[in-house]
Design a protein around this ligand. Structure first.
Ligand code: XMP
Length: 506
C-alpha cells in the first residue's frame, strides 16, 4: 500500500482517489499522527498544505523516517518542505502562481516523467516558490516561471513536484502518478473491487467467527453494500433491521423490504410509523424534529436488537470520508458533519462496531456493490436524509401532510426517471410549504398549499448547484401535481445554490 501524509490540503482526498483509480490501495494519515509503517508500505506521498513552510506553526515531520527508507513523492508543500529542510530555500513568489501552466523542460531520463510530454499542462496552486536547491538535487522539470517545478534527490527515490498531479487540469497527472506507483514503488495495481470483496469477506469471517451482528438498513447505498458483504461472510448471523418511520418516499418501505428479502438478507421490517408521528406532533423547530426522530429511532432499533439473542456486534455503513473527517488535520470540529449512519447509538448497547466500508470512497462503494450484484436501483439511488420527509415539510408534521408530499414527490421522481434525468441529478425531492395561496380550479376558488421542487448537482453534498431542468419537464410535473394531488394548487422551483442555501429546506 501507499501512505499519503496529509498536511491539510484540500486536494489530499483527490490524491487518494487517483491512486485508487490506478488500482493501488492507499491510506491517508494526518502528518501529526502517522502509524508505525509496516513491511507492506511501498511508498509515501506528501500532500500539499494551506500553510507556508516559512510559517512558524507550519506542519513539521521527521524526514528521516521516510526519505531513503521508502520511495517518496512530495507534492507542493511537501516539495517545498523537503527543499527547505535539506539546505535549499523557499521564498514567496513574486507573482502568485495559480492555475494552468505548461512545462517547458522535462528530463527525458527521469522515471517520474516517462511518457510525459515536454509541454504538458500542469495545475499550479502555490504562494511560495523554491528558489534554491542543494547540490544533490536534480531539477527534472521547469516551466517558464517556475524553475524548480520538479526535482529528484540524486541517488535516491525521493521525487518532488510543485504542481498538483491529482487535479484533472494536470493532463498527464495520472501518468505521473502511475510512473511513481508502478515504476518507482513497484506497486502491482491489483486493488480492484473484486479483490476488495474477496479479502474483506475473508477478514470479516476471521474477525466475526460465529458471532452475531445487527445492522440497520436504510435503503441507501452504503448500508446495503455493507449488509451484503457481511451476509456473504457470516450468512444468517447477520440480522438486518429496517425501520419504517413513516417518513420515507411513497411505497418505498415495502419495495425496499421486498428487494432486501429477494437478496437473501435476514431482515426484519419494523412498522414504527405511529411512534414517530406521535413524537413529532406539534414540533416545529427543525432541530427538535431531528432530535425526536433520532431518539425514537434509537428506541426502536434497540428494542429490535434486543430480540436477537447474544448479539455482539453492530454493523455500520460508515465510509472513508467520514473516517478521514473525524481524524483530519483540522480536527473533527472544523468539519461540521455528523455521522448520519451512526446516529448516536447508546453506549449501553455495549456492542463492538464492524464497518466493512470504512476504507472506501462513495464511488468505490458503488463499484463494490456492482461486483456484489446489487441492483442498480439501490446503487443509483439519490441520497435521502435520515429524518426523511420530516425535514421536507416545513414546520409541524402530520400524517396528512406526509401523504400529500409523498404523492407529489412520487410524481416528481417518476417524471425525472421517464425523462432520463434521474441519474444526471445528484439529489432531487419535493418540499411541502405550509403557505396557502389562492387559485382557481374550474369555477371554484381554491386556497391551498405549495409544493416546491428541488434538484441539485453536487459531488459530495458539501456544495451544490441547482439543476437547470428543461422547462417542458417542469411544466409536465407541475401540471400533474396540481391536477392529481389534492391540497396543492401551486408548484414552484427552487433556484438557489449551496452555499448560501442548503440542499434541504430545514
Ligand atoms: P444540506 O441540507 O445540509 O444537505 O445542504 C446536505 C446533504 O445531507 C443530507 N442531510 C441529512 N442527512 N440527516 C441525514 O441523514 C440529516 O439530518 C440531514 N440533513 C441533511 C441532505 O439530504 C443532503 O444530501
Amino acid at each position: 500500500k501507499i501512505i499519503i501524509l496529509d498536511f491539510g490540503s484540500q486536494y489530499t482526498q483527490l490524491i487518494a482517489r487517483r491512486v485508487r483509480e490506478l488500482n493501488v490501495y492507499c491510506e491517508i494519515h494526518p502528518f501529526n499522527n502517522i502509524p508505525e509503517t509496516t513491511a507492506d508500505v511501498k511508498g509515501i506521498i506528501f500532500s500539499g498544505s494551506p500553510y507556508s513552510v516559512r510559517q512558524d506553526d507550519a506542519p513539521q515531520i521527521e524526514l528521516e523516517r521516510f526519505m531513503q527508507k521508502y520511495p517518496v513523492l512530495a507534492v507542493c508543500y511537501g516539495a517545498q518542505y523537503i527543499a527547505l529542510h535539506s539546505g535549499g530555500d523557499v521564498q514567496p513568489s513574486s507573482t502568485r502562481e495559480y492555475g494552468r501552466a505548461n512545462l517547458g523542460y522535462v528530463s527525458q531520463s527521469s522515471k517520474l516523467f516517462k511518457n510525459i510530454s515536454e509541454t504538458s499542462q500542469v495545475w499550479m496552486s502555490h504562494g511560495d516558490t523554491i528558489t534554491e536547491v542543494p547540490d544533490n538535487f536534480e531539477i527534472i522539470a521547469s516551466t517558464d516561471s517556475v524553475r524548480v517545478a520538479a526535482y529528484q534527490v540524486k541517488g535516491s527515490e525521493t521525487y518532488a513536484i510543485q504542481f498538483h498531479p491529482e487535479v484533472t487540469h494536470s493532463t498527464d497527472g495520472k501518468q505521473l502518478l502511475e510512473n511513481f506507483l508502478v515504476d518507482i514503488c513497484g506497486c502491482k495495481q491489483e486493488w480492484t473491487p473484486d479483490a476488495f470483496v474477496e479479502s474483506t469477506i475473508a477478514n470479516l469471517k476471521a474477525q466475526l467467527g460465529d458471532d452475531k451482528v445487527v445492522l440497520g438498513l436504510s435503503g441507501g447505498v452504503d448500508s446495503s453494500v455493507a449488509a451484503v458483504l457481511l451476509h456473504k461472510a457470516i450468512g444468517t448471523n447477520l440480522h438486518c433491521i429496517f425501520v419504517d418511520n413513516g417518513l420515507l418516499r411513497k411505497d418505498e418501505y415495502e419495495a425496499v423490504l421486498e428487494q432486501y428479502k429477494h437478496m437473501g438478507l435476514n431482515i426484519k421490517g419494523i412498522d414504527a410509523k405511529d411512534r414517530f408521528l406521535s413524537q413529532l406532533a406539534g414540533l416545529k423547530d427543525p432541530e427538535m424534529k431531528r432530535k425526536a426522530i433520532g431518539r425514537v429511532f434509537i428506541e426502536v432499533f434497540d428494542d429490535a436488537a434486543h430480540e436477537v439473542q447474544n448479539v455482539k456486534w453492530l454493523g455500520q455503513g460508515t465510509i472513508y470520508p467520514d473516517v478521514i473527517e473525524s481524524v483530519s488535520v483540522k480536527g473533527p470540529s472544523a468539519t461540521i458533519k455528523s455521522h448520519h449512519n451512526v446516529g448516536g447509538l447508546p453506549a449501553y448497547m455495549k456492542l463492538k462496531v464492524v464497518e466493512p466500508l470504512n476504507t472506501l470512497f462513495k464511488d468505490e462503494v458503488r463499484r463494490v456493490g456492482k461486483t456484489l450484484g446489487i441492483d442498480d436501483v439501490i446503487l443509483g439511488r439519490h441520497p435521502f436524509p435520515g429524518p426523511g420527509l420530516a425535514i421536507r415539510i416545513l414546520g409541524d408534521v402530520t400524517a396528512e401532510k406526509v401523504a400529500i408530499l409523498q404523492e407529489a414527490d412520487a410524481i416528481y421522481i417518476n417524471n425525472l426517471r421517464e425523462a432520463g434525468l434521474y441519474d444526471q441529478v445528484w439529489q432531487a425531492g419535493a418540499i411541502f410549504l405550509p403557505v396557502q395561496s389562492v387559485g382557481v380550479m374550474g369555477d371554484e376558488r381554491t386556497y391551498e398549499n405549495v409544493i416546491c421542487l428541488r434538484a441539485v448537482e453536487s459531488v459530495d453534498g458539501m456544495t451544490a448547484d441547482w439543476c437547470h431542468l428543461p422547462y417542458p419537464v417542469l411544466a409536465k410535473i407541475s401540471n400533474e401535481i396540481i391536477n392529481k394531488v389534492k391540497g396543492i394548487n401551486r408548484v414552484v422551483y427552487d433556484i438557489s445554490s449551496k452555499p448560501p442555501a442548503t440542499i434541504e429546506w430545514e
